[in-house]
Structure formats: C-alpha cells, structure tokens
Design a protein around this ligand. Structure first.
Ligand code: WTA
Length: 653
C-alpha cells in the first residue's frame, strides 16, 4: 500500500501526552486499566454482562453464533429497541427527565421528556400501522434535524419496520435509487427544513424522487416550515392529522435480536451505494455500551453530538446510544455559522451542554473563523469533548482542547464506520492518556490489528491495513440484498478478518494512528464519498466520455475532490461546461459530492490493461511520494502521470 513516509515522520514527532485529569478520573465509569484487560480476556462474558442491563422479552440462548462472515449476536433472544430506549425510562424515575432538547435554526426551543417521547413514538407507530406497515417492511425517512426524525425512527423500531434514513442533503436521484433498492412503500418527510436561513425543500425533492416509483404508496409530511407544498391526494398524508387520529398505545413488537433494525446507505468503491444492514440486539448493546463508557454519561449530562442523523454517527450517538442510556440528547437543526460563527458556543452556554461530540472538519472551520467567537461565551459547562469522521490533525486537536475545552476536558478521538455501527478504537476518558492525533486503543472487548497484504501483523510504526479480528456486537449483518458483495468487500482481502479499508500504524506504546482510506473512498468534510460514485455521475452527463475522481488534501475539509474529465468528441472545454458538470453531480448525488475542481483533459492516464491509474494520480495530486511501486503494472507509470498532470496544470482547468 502507499503510506507516505512523510506522514509517518511528522506523526512520530508527536510526543505530547495528555493523561486524564485526576478530577475526571475520580468520577468516571471506567477508571482502571484492568477493565479493558478483563474484557480482552473474555470478551463474550464482557458483552453478555452489558446485555443484561437491558429489558429482554426473552433471554438469548447463544451469545454469538459466528459462521464467517456472518455473525449473529444474542441468538434466541427477543427484544424491542424502542421499548428499551423509551418505555423503560418512561416507566422509571427518568419519566420526566428530558430525553431530547432541541433548538431549530430560527431559534424555537422544544423539550421532550421520556414520557412525552413515549406518547409521540406510540402514536407515530400506530400511524405507520394504519398505513399497513408491517414487521420487516422498509420505511424511508428524509427529514430535517427535528425531533420528529428520531420519533419516526423509534416508531419503526417499535413495530419492527426497518428504517432507511437518507441525509437531507442528498438529491432526488440519490433518494430515488435508495428507495428503489430498499423497496420502501412509505416515506416520511417534512415540507422543508432550515439551513443558513433558507428553506431546504425536502417534500419537493421527494416528489421528484418518487414520481416514477409506483412502489411508494404513502408519503407522510410533517409541517416544519408550514410553507405550502403540493400534496398528492390519496398518497400524501399530513403528520399532524394522522397523529390526531392515532391510538396513543401501540405495543412494542418483540423482535428477534438478530432481526434487522435499519439499513443505511453508504458509499463504497463502486458507483452503487451499499445498504449497510444493522441488527437489533447486538447493535443496541454495542451502541449503548460504547456511548456510556466513552462519553462517561451521567444522569445530569446534557450531551450534544453535532452530526446529522442522516449519517451513522447520528443514528448511533444522537438517537440509539443516548436514549438507550436514558441520557439527555441535544439536537440543533441548522448550520454552525448561522446567523454568526458563534451559534454553537452560544448554544453550549445557554443550555449548559456538558459533552460535545463533533468532526475535525468543523473544528478546523471554527479555528479559521477565529478565537473571538468561542471567547464571547462561557463554555465552562463542558467536561468532555469528542471527535469522529476523519483523522484529527494535532494542531486542531490542541485548539479544541485549549480554546473549547479550556484545557480541562479530555478528548475522545473515536474511530469507527457506518459498518461497525459503534466506536471500535477510542480512548476511555477516565483512564487513557491521549496523544493528539491518535484514536489510542481498541474499545474493551474489541480486537484490532494492523497487517500487511498477507494478513501478517506489521512492525511497530509501520503502516498497514487496519483489520478487526473478531466480531463485535454492532457489526453490520450484511449488505442489504447483497451478501456476496458483503463477503467480497469486507472479508475477502484478509481471510477471516474484517477489512476496514483504512490504513493505520501502531506506535511503540501500542497506540493506533489512523492514516485515512486506502481504497477509492475518501472522507470529504467528514463525509464518506465513493470516487466511483462521482465518476459515474460525471459520465452520465451526455457530453462526458470518461472521468477520474481523486481526493487531495484540503486545509478545512481534510480531503477535497478533484475530477479529470474527457469529453465525447465534438464537445469543447468551457467554463460553462465545467459549471454544468458540477451542477450535474449536485443533482445526481448532492452538494457534498461536487468536486472542488473539474479539469477537462484530452485523455486519462491508463495502465496497459486499460485501467485508469487512479492511485498514481491520487498520490501525485496529494503531493505524496509513491512509497511502493511494486504493485504498479508499469513502473514508468508515475512519470507518465506526472507529465500528464503538468500538462493539465499548464493549460489550467
Ligand atoms: C474515517 C463515520 C480517523 C475512516 C463514523 C473510516 C476516522 C470512515 C475516524 C468511516 C477517526 C472515522 N480517525 N479516521 N476518529 N472516524 N474515520 O462510514 O476513514 O461515515 O473508514 O462513519 O471515516 O466513515 P463513516
């Protein structure tokens, strides 16, 4: 693999260490290294102890049935996730505790206690039932960040329907493909949502997406902005009207622990997104345990994960993890810089938020906007900070620690993926001495390794592939309707081990340092984009013959997309066409996938077998040295691509 030696050298200079503050350690759930050692000795026992903390309608008979590559956790057990996330607390001393505290972008405030949340979830579950949604059916949810989004998810979980949440920034075409693949008969959406003071027209996008999808029987529309939107008679149903007629009691369906809870589409290395399928029992136990121990959740915490629920981070650590633990989860609808770049800091001060979990890309944006914005606010309520989504550069880590955390809050840099469902590599804030830029160690009961192509562990500080050696509870079950692709993508590279697609190294103290994706997936602003997906969007444009899309380092977004495009004969390069191509990607996938630069070129560099030399292009535009050319079909390729790139740059985009 290509591991830039420059990266390793710079990381090796990173000797700073931050032990947990004594005051934090004293009160933490985990304060003893022995906890991880005991879990490592007997992971099955560790997970079965954790699982006993939940309400099971029938206990499991087999903790883990592992028929590689398919793992089934808590086999024989039945459980309902919504019952565990809501009813269990509504029937306890937490009944009047805030479950969700929400602020809309225009500034409205709402609080839902566990008892209130329970009523809403019951009623919406009954609405779904009335629409003839049954156990195992798929429901697509395309909503803004409002409480009705988790309510809809929990209502699905309550009746055993499988939800497919689509991030509100995806285009009509992207929704169309996901609804078609999932065969969702019911869609839940809103008229719109607010982003930077503007209305995002969600319902109109859904209308466009499903116009030619007869499988869709009903679209339930929540009135968020109250703007008039077209409603199709017979198909479209207003949320409020349906809720008014719903039965306030809808019994939770006892689900098999091994039944699917949700599908979440994510980018892979082909043009077609993968439907990552997560389980009921294993997922619940995995996300609740990691959430409680990594974020050290206490009864009086006000916890804020800034992700959008449309991504896995929001599923696991805004909705299921926090609610399973009876915590209070904070939700904010809008943009971080609206109306000013201190919106987040004003929310933290106003509500007294104690735990903040966000992405390095956001941290870098705030750094750029300047210290004066956080400095205007009292952030002393914060006691713990977290990051996720991409490697954090030590400079951003230090800024976060000092400027946001006041130097007193531990930082948990959590590594995981849509497929892993839960965090797998992370500090435990009461015990782990952190090093800026390192996600530190595997979570208790998780076994991770860094190996070479043959699956052999690599030497200390040497880059290799990150693999997970044993199943973990929130591991994906499979790819929806595509077990073969599941086997091939995750279990064929290194037999018997889960292949993460990330490069990593382990330092002399056993700390894991993540080095980014080693496949054709890149992390742009903490979001995963398959370069192939963008390429197929580009070649679907009538004037495009071929396209190659690569990532290159970007000071704010971590990585940015650069596209090289060959036109069909008869078409000429122009600024208008480049703008048109970017627009085309926006409507095919969404704004997050639009390349920063589109170069129109005469040809793309290819290997003798006709493959575009993406890896070489990627390394060269990233300014990386090619560490290992042994796998290149043609050793002259690097020079050839270098010349090709110079020729393009000379001509300008
Ligand atoms: C990257 C997001 C370094 C990684 C939860 C992974 C990280 C991909 C970290 C998954 C981290 C996530 N340090 N890299 N702490 N967290 N990644 O599926 O490349 O959207 O494979 O899940 O993000 O992205 P996904």
């Amino acid at each position: 693999m290509v591991v830039p030696s420059a990266t390793i050298d710079s990381l090796l200079k990173e000797k700073e260490q931050y032990p947990p503050p004594a005051s934090f350690r004293e009160g933490a759930w985990v304060r003893d290294e022995r906890f991880s050692r005991d879990a490592a000795k007997d992971p099955e026992r560790f997970w079965s102890e954790r699982a006993k903390e939940f309400d099971w309608s029938r206990p499991w008979s087999t903790l883990l049935e592992w028929k590689p590559p398919f793992a089934r956790w808590f086999v024989g057990g039945t459980i309902n996730v919504a019952q565990n996330c809501v009813d269990r607390h509504a029937a306890s001393a937490r009944r009047n505790k805030a479950a969700i505290v929400w602020e809309g972008e225009p500034g409205e405030k709402r609080v839902l206690t566990y008892a209130m949340l329970m009523r809403e979830v019951n009623r919406f579950a009954d609405v779904l039932k009335a629409l003839d949604v049954k156990r195992g059916d798929r429901v697509t949810i395309y909503m803004p960040m409002i409480p009705e989004l988790p309510i809809a998810m929990l209502a699905c979980a309550r009746i055993g329907a499988i939800h497919s949440v689509i991030f509100g920034g995806f285009s009509a075409k992207a929704i169309h493909d996901r609804v078609e693949d999932a065969e969702s008969e019911v869609i839940v959406t809103a008229d719109g949502g607010y982003r930077r003071g503007k209305i995002v027209p969600l319902k109109r996008t859904v209308d466009e997406a499903v116009a030619d999808l007869p499988v869709v029987r009903h679209v339930v529309v929540f009135a968020r902005t109250k703007e008039a939107v077209p409603m199709q008679a017979g198909r479209d149903i207003g949320w409020d009207a349906a809720m008014a007629e719903a039965d306030p009691v809808c019994d939770p369906e006892p689900m098999d622990a091994t039944d699917p809870l949700f599908v979440l589409y994510t980018s892979g290395t082909t043009g077609k997104p993968k439907g990552v399928l997560h389980s009921t029992g294993g997922y619940l136990v995995g996300v609740a345990t990691t959430h409680r121990l990594i974020f050290d959740i206490k009864e009086d915490d006000l916890y804020w994960c800034t992700a959008d629920i449309g991504w896995v981070t929001g599923h696991s650590y805004i909705v299921y993890g926090p609610l399973a633990n009876g915590a209070t989860t904070f939700m904010y609808e809008g943009a971080p810089d609206w109306p000013h770049p201190d919106r987040w800091w004003s929310l933290i001060q106003e509500y007294g938020i104690t735990i903040l979990y966000t992405a390095p890309t956001a941290i870098r944006a705030f750094m750029r906007w300047g210290d004066e914005w956080p400095k205007k606010h009292d952030l002393s309520s914060l006691r713990l900070l977290g990051t996720v989504g991409e490697p954090i550069n030590p400079e951003a880590w230090r800024w976060y620690h000092r400027t946001i955390g006041g130097g007193r809050c531990p930082i948990v840099d959590t590594w995981w993926q849509t497929e892993t469902g839960m965090v797998l590599i992370t500090p435990l804030p009461g015990v782990t001495t952190t090093k800026p830029g390192s996600a530190t160690h595997p979570f208790p009961g998780v076994e991770a390794e860094v190996v070479d192509e043959k699956g052999q562990p690599v030497a200390v500080n040497k880059g290799g592939y990150l693999v997970i050696s044993k199943p973990w509870p929130a591991m994906l079950m499979t790819l929806y309707k595509d077990p073969e692709r599941y086997r091939q993508v995750y279990w064929s590279q290194i037999p018997g081990k889960y292949f993460t697609g990330d490069g990593a190294r382990i330092d002399e103290d056993g700390y894991f340092w993540l080095m980014g994706r080693i496949d054709d997936v890149i992390n742009v602003a903490g979001h995963r984009i398959g370069t192939m997906e963008v390429e197929s969007a580009l070649v679907s444009h009538p004037k495009v013959a071929e396209a190659a899309v690569v990532g290159r380092p970007h000071p704010l977004k971590g990585q940015a997309l650069v596209a090289y495009v060959v036109l069909k004969s008869g078409h000429k390069r122009s600024d208008a066409l480049r703008a048109d191509l970017r627009e085309h990607v926006r409507s095919a996938i969404g704004a997050i996938a639009v390349p920063d630069e589109v170069y129109i070129t005469e040809k793309l560099p290819k290997t003798r077998s006709g493959k575009i030399m993406r890896r070489v292009i990627r390394s060269l535009v990233s300014g990386q040295e090619i560490g290992d050319t042994t796998t290149l079909e043609d050793p002259g390729a690097v020079d050839e691509v270098r010349k090709w790139l110079e020729a393009i740059e000379g001509k300008g985009p």
